[in-house]
Design a protein around this ligand. Structure first.
Ligand code: ITT
Length: 194
């Protein structure tokens, strides 16, 4: 089946295409003819995920899914969390966001953190959500060139290296995004729509 993925982040699109099984073809927003940024004005990851899926589904009259992801750091009261995309200010990029985390974490011994993804599948006014969490630790400095966002400062539990030091396949085997997508794909299979 074809599934529209409501995201304007090309890195996420690349990962979702790689994660999806061969019987699911992912359709990006460019293919749908939408080039803009998606609004995220809610105060929770769940809320933003729903907002994006509902917006695209209603605008194009198609079933679609979106996801919102946050890095939750225990010692920072789960910051940046829902504000992960704009932690260092609205227009700042990954480099500034990562720098802000490292600065705030200076001298802090508790490095525990988790990535949380919530996928929302929106279809004809109804929706379901699927959560994926990967626990780990924040490094003292950046490691690795791969991935995107906060990947260079996050070591998943028992993996010994950051997401950015992994190949795309390695990250996709254990990532928060993979875990939420797997639940979503199981849901679609149970509905016999795959
Ligand atoms: P869409 O809303 O259009 O999907 P976005 O980049 O705004 O794209 P989010 O709000 O969900 O998406 O993402 C929050 C930020 O968290 C994102 O910009 C990245 O910097 C970071 N992020 C998300 N997934 C990540 C991952 O797998 N690894 C590292 N950082 C990630």
């Amino acid at each position: 089946m074809k599934l529209v993925f409501a995201s304007s982040n090309p890195n996420k699109l690349k990962e979702i295409i790689a994660i999806a099984p061969p019987n699911i073809q992912i359709v990006g927003l460019k293919e749908l003819g939408f080039e803009g940024e998606l609004e995220e004005t809610q105060t929770t990851i769940e809320g933003n995920s729903l907002q994006k899926a509902e917006f695209i589904s209603s605008k194009f009259n198609v079933p679609c899914f979106a996801e919102d992801t946050g890095l939750e750091i225990e010692a920072l009261n789960n910051e940046p969390g829902v504000y992960s995309a704009r932690y260092a200010g609205k227009k700042e990029g990954f480099i500034d966001n990562v720098a802000k985390v490292l600065t705030k974490m200076e001298g802090i011994k508790n490095r525990k953190a988790q990535f949380k993804t919530v996928i929302t599948y929106y279809n004809q006014g109804k929706y379901v959500q699927f959560e994926g969490i990967t626990e780990g630790e924040i490094t003292l400095e950046r490691h690795g060139e791969g991935g995107f966002g906060y990947d260079c400062i996050f070591i998943p539990l028992n993996s010994g290296k950051t997401y950015a030091e992994m190949t795309q396949n390695e990250k996709n085997r254990l990532s928060h995004r993979k875990k939420s997508f797997e639940k979503f794909a199981n849901h679609l299979a149970a509905l016999s729509v795959l």
